[in-house]
Every structure is written in structure tokens, then in C-alpha cells.
Design a protein around this ligand. Sequence first.
Ligand SMILES: [Ca+2]
Ligand SMILES: [Ca+2]
Ligand SMILES: [Ca+2]
Length: 412
Amino acid sequence: MQQPHSRLLRSLPALVALMQLLPVQAGRAACPTLPVLNSSFETSFGSTTNVVPSWTVNLFGSGSAGVFNPGANAAVRNGRNVVYLSPKAGTSEIFQELTSTLLAPGPYELTAFIGRRTTLAFPASCTIELLAGGVVKASASCGPPAFDPGPFDSRKFTVDFTAAANDVDLGEPLQVAIRAGDPSPTATSQAIVDDVWLTNSPDGVTLYHEIYVPNRNFELATPLLGNGSTTANGVVDDWVTSRSGTSSLGIHNPTTTTFPTEAPEGQNVLYLRPQAGLSEVRSPPLVTPLMQGDYCLSVNVGQENAATDGFPDTCTIELRAGASLLTSVDCASSVPAKGTFSLFTLTYTATALSPGLGQPIELRVRATQAASALETAWPDDVRFLPEPSARTALLLGVVLLIGIARLAPRVS
Ligand SMILES: [Ca+2]
Ligand SMILES: [Ca+2]
Ligand SMILES: [Ca+2]
């Protein structure tokens, strides 16, 4: 008599193949990234001493720390600004307590980009820490490094942590600390920090990584934008733009008149003002080609606080690979309240049958307006990373079944 386990094992290859072909799912789940305020240090206009907005600067010894704007031609990881840590006879640290709390199992991944100045030594030590309620849960050394990316270019350092079900710090607020140390009282060493991310794992198993999108927060603008200033029509650094009709688009540094809380990230936002036509930005083809798996794209989009000027007919966020449109969301279907931003998220699962598999991924944000009006969409803070899906969980279940079937005793 045929055993249930052997029937299951025989049908597994067909089952796995079937699940690889399941239709693509698009949804509105949040991407697995936890908010770190002023994560790219773009809130400051120019350099600061011992002040980093949204962060606490902790100095032990006679060192310093602050925001640094190295100006044009510097290979800053993201935007215009970095943080410098200059320890002297002690340590210099930036610290932030997040609104998120420690949950089991997580897992969590904290990443930061650390660089060194070509003109200055690197401190004797450099540490990235993930804490919960003041207790260090995991840490990693970020130097002194064998690397020399300088002058402001940087490399990614990672801290991973998975909480046990009985971790005594569950429910405590998550905290991030990045610290450099130098015992010398005459030290002139410096560590450079940029682009801090904390991601978690909605399926409790897999960690998901940011996919790099150049100028994803529109902080790079040529020329540098003062409050209320705008780039020339059609100029968005690192993005390809197109317009039709009498449309305009560019990067803008909003004042409190346009948005009471100004930009949702850094100082600048994108603006798309289609007039009897289209305003569109396209990312350059991303380094990562489309592979089987799960993707999550989120963009903050705002409507200005103006009595007459509203939102365009359409404002579409698109995920593409090669010539194929994979999925999109129209922000005009849920227009943000005047003077505010709303987060729009789209998810996509690439299967063996997905169009554009192996082709370069491209992101687009485009707005259209039939009338020649001043309706405008204001996007900012593009975040793009893989995300798990129900299909992934089902496949994990199949793998588990295979394991159970193989472990089960044979009955002859
Ligand atoms: Ca930055
Ligand atoms: Ca921004
Ligand atoms: Ca502003």
C-alpha cells in the first residue's frame, strides 16, 4: 500500500513548479524598513559643530562631531551631507532612539556607510551598535579600516540581530549608536558616516536589503537650493526627465507656506507639474537586474498647502524591468490632504514567468493633467528593497514538508 509520505514526495516537484508560476501579487503592505530620522544628515544647511538634528551627540574626551557638507565633487554616498566623528582622548558618538520597539524574532539589520578622509587619519576604533532600552543587542567594528575609499565615498557596514522569544528587552525602544574612539589628546583623526538604515523582517526569517537608487531623496540639486528655490525646468540630478505640453518639473526646497513641516526627508522634494501633458522622472537603470523574488517600493507624495492649486489628474509610481511595466500605483486615487505627504507603497513578486526577468530595473514617477492648470505632485524619499510575500511563505512551508517527510520513519 502506498504511504502518504511517498505520495507527497512524488508530487512535490510538480507542486514547487506550480507555485513558481503563481500569478504576481501587488499590494499595499509597508516595506520592511524602520524610520531613522535624518538618516542621511540632509536636514542641515551646511556644516555644524557638535549638533546633528534628530540625533544626540555624545562626547567623551575633547573631541567633536557634527554634520559636514564637503561641497561639490565629493563622492557622498547619499545627498550632500555626511556626519564626521572626530574623537580626541576619548570617543565621539551619534545616538538616536527610534519610535520602533524590539520584537522577537525580528530579525533586524542595521547598516551605515563609513568613510575616511584622504587627508586625515582614521580613528583608532569605530563601532556601530543596535541597542534596545540602553542595552547593546549587537555591534560591529567599522574600523580602523583597511579600506581607503576617500575622500567622502564610503563602504557599507552591517549589524544583524535576531531576538530570542525570552529576550528581557522585548518592547524596549530600539536605539542606534555610531561611535569613533581615539586615545590621543592630539588626535586629528576622523570617521565619516552617511545613510543609516534599519530594516526588519515581516516573515520573521529573511533579512531584506536596500537596493541603491541614486539621489533617491532629491537632496542632490544643481545648483544648491536655498529655502524656496527650484532647479531649472527639467533638471533633476541623476534622474532622466521628460515633459510634454507646457509641463514643468524639477527639485524644490519647500518653505512652510507650501508644506508646514517642509520636506518629509532632508530639505528637498521633487515637483511634477503637468500642464496639458506629462511630467515624468525615470531612474537610471539600476545596477540590480530583475530576479525571481519580492520587491517593495515606497514613495512619499505630497499636495501643497494652496487654496486653488491642487493635485494632477494622475500621479503614477511605476516599477519596470527592461521594456516591461511590472506594477504601478496611482497616487491620485488617494490624494494626500493639503500641506501633507502620504506614503504610497507597491509590492511585486517576480516569478519564472515575469516579463523583464534579468533586465535592468527602472523606477518611474509620472504625472499627467489634461488642463493647463498649476496642479502639482511633490514626491520625496524613494525607498526600494525586496520584501517577502505569501508565496515565499508557502514555499517555505513546502520545504518544511519535504523535511518532515524525509525524517518520517519508513513503513514497509
Ligand atoms: Ca547624506
Ligand atoms: Ca528629500
Ligand atoms: Ca525648506
